[in-house]
Design a protein around this ligand. Structure first.
Ligand code: CMC
Length: 425
């Protein structure tokens, strides 16, 4: 492609231009500062491509999300979370034999080192499970240190996915003072997690398959989302040479923020607040529009989607079906639907292209499974794990990768001199 031309103070600079496989065009500004002493300014990196990636494609204007070329709708309907983990990490769907081996490994590495149980005892019962999750994942590095042998990395990848559900369930059990339930090798990934959480045999659930399959689908929908805040954190921490566990622990911390993964918890808090307040949606729509009010409509808006988040569409449809199959009537689902309708008819949301995102309806499904609200973001982390891992591995193989080190535009004082305290006014 022809180079882009940039004119600054009568000086012209040529910048290389290249296109991705979906025709997204990028201007390569790497040499701009060396040529001109000028840096680009893009707070929040809203228009900065930080890497080349072959993992996930999003077209935010059209509401498209694909993992390795496969649409999220097709994967959510036909695939399984474990298969999607394999796809994201290895780049291709597995053969039957490859999937069996992968599943076997994930099952047989799900136990935690017994010493790690002592860590849970040190946390207060009120600890947010995301803090525990992040700390426990960082601690895995102490048990499974990195080496130069690539097979160690392969094993650590398996350990992370396999042990995450055990860590998540143990942190919940600790918070309610119940004994830990150990992982079982005869259950699927999601069945095993639900069993460790609720300690009842699968057949005792009202609809065991339905719950495990619904959770599986939710994990698929969360499995990757290209260079979002937590994934960029994983890549950034990894760019310093930090190990996989440290990088992913940092990603979990990034996910814990209310503008990112914790929005799913905040949505339920918001819907409960509206319910307790007599169900007056309009009042909350007005609050969200008021620039002097910090209230935002949680589960609405997205940096990339300027159309419906395709994940939200799948979840909304599933929430209706699953709640009806389970015979659950959740008044929060009705409030959410009303709120969505009122918001979508309002010019404020229309002009800003604010639509429901993945977090708007996911909490309703987690509630139906009996998952407590403060565990919702942990569910998001379980789903996002294969994406973080795939992105971390890809960054390690990238010949252009270097330590992440953005520039800034300094706006502080120019040089001044120290004055002794008695001379300061
Ligand atoms: N409620 C009310 N106004 C909003 C909202 C909202 N949820 N989201 C954005 N806006 C307004 C915002 O005030 C701004 O208005 P103006 O142009 O008049 O100043 C405009 O829309 C653009 O917002 P922004 O904050 O510049 O957009 P952003 O791309 O920086 O933020 C976001 C994206 C997701 C952080 C934001 O939409 C938000 O805070 N949403 C609520 C939290 C949420 O649901 N987060 C989950 C995101 S999806 C899951 C994930 O990836 O973690």
């Amino acid at each position: 492609m022809d180079p882009a031309k940039l004119v600054i103070n009568d000086n012209e600079y040529e910048l290389p231009v290249f296109a991705g496989s979906e025709d997204e065009v990028a201007v390569d500004i790497r040499k701009l500062r060396a040529q001109s002493k000028v840096v680009t300014y893009d707070p929040g990196y809203g228009n900065t491509g930080s890497c080349e990636s072959s993992i996930t494609f999003i077209d935010g204007e059209k509401g498209i999300l694909r993992y390795r070329g496969y649409s999220i709708e097709e994967l959510a309907e036909k695939s399984s979370f474990v298969e999607v983990c394999y796809l994201l990490i290895h780049g291709e769907l597995p053969t039957e034999v490859q999937l069996d081996i992968f599943k076997h490994k994930l099952t047989h590495h799900s136990l935690l080192h017994e010493d790690m149980k002592k860590f849970f005892e040190g946390y207060p019962a009120s600890a947010h499970p995301m803090s525990v999750l992040s700390a426990m994942v960082a601690s895995l590095a102490a048990y499974y240190p990195e080496s130069d042998d690539p097979s160690d990395l392969d094993l650590n990848v398996i350990r992370l996915i396999a042990k995450l559900k055990t860590i998540a369930a143990f942190s919940y059990k600790k918070s309610i003072g119940h004994p830990y339930v150990y992982p079982r090798n005869d259950l699927s990934y999601t069945e095993d997690f639900l069993n460790m959480m609720f300690a009842v045999p699968a057949e005792a659930y009202n609809s065991p398959d339905l719950l495990a399959l619904t959770l599986d689908m939710l994990l698929i929908l969360h499995a990757d989302h290209e260079q979002n805040c937590s994934t960029s954190t994983v890549r950034m921490v990894g760019s310093s040479g930090a190990d996989l566990f440290a990088s992913i622990s940092a990603g979990i911390s990034a996910l814990s923020g209310p503008l990112h993964g914790k929005a799913n918890q905040e949505v339920i808090d918001m819907l409960e607040r509206i319910q307790a307040d007599g169900g007056d949606y309009n009042k909350y729509i007005e609050k969200a529009k008021d620039k002097n009010d910090p209230f935002r409509l949680m589960g609405f808006g997205h940096r990339v989607y300027k159309n419906f988040d395709p994940r939200a569409k799948v979840i909304k449809k599933t929430a209706d079906r699953v709640l009806s199959e389970l015979g659950i009537r959740d008044p929060l689902l009705d409030i959410a639907k009303h709120l969505e309708r009122v918001a979508l008819e309002d010019d404020y949301f229309g002009e800003r292209k604010l639509y429901p995102n993945v977090d708007f309806y996911s909490g309703i499904l987690y509630r139906a499974m009996g998952i407590p609200t403060n565990m919702f973001t942990v569910m998001f982390a379980m789903g996002r794990m294969p994406g973080w891992i795939a992105q971390w591995i890809e960054s390690k193989k990238d010949p252009d990768a270097k330590i992440h080190r953005p520039r800034q535009i300094y706006m502080g004082s120019t040089e001044r001199h120290y004055r002794p305290i008695e001379q300061r006014g």
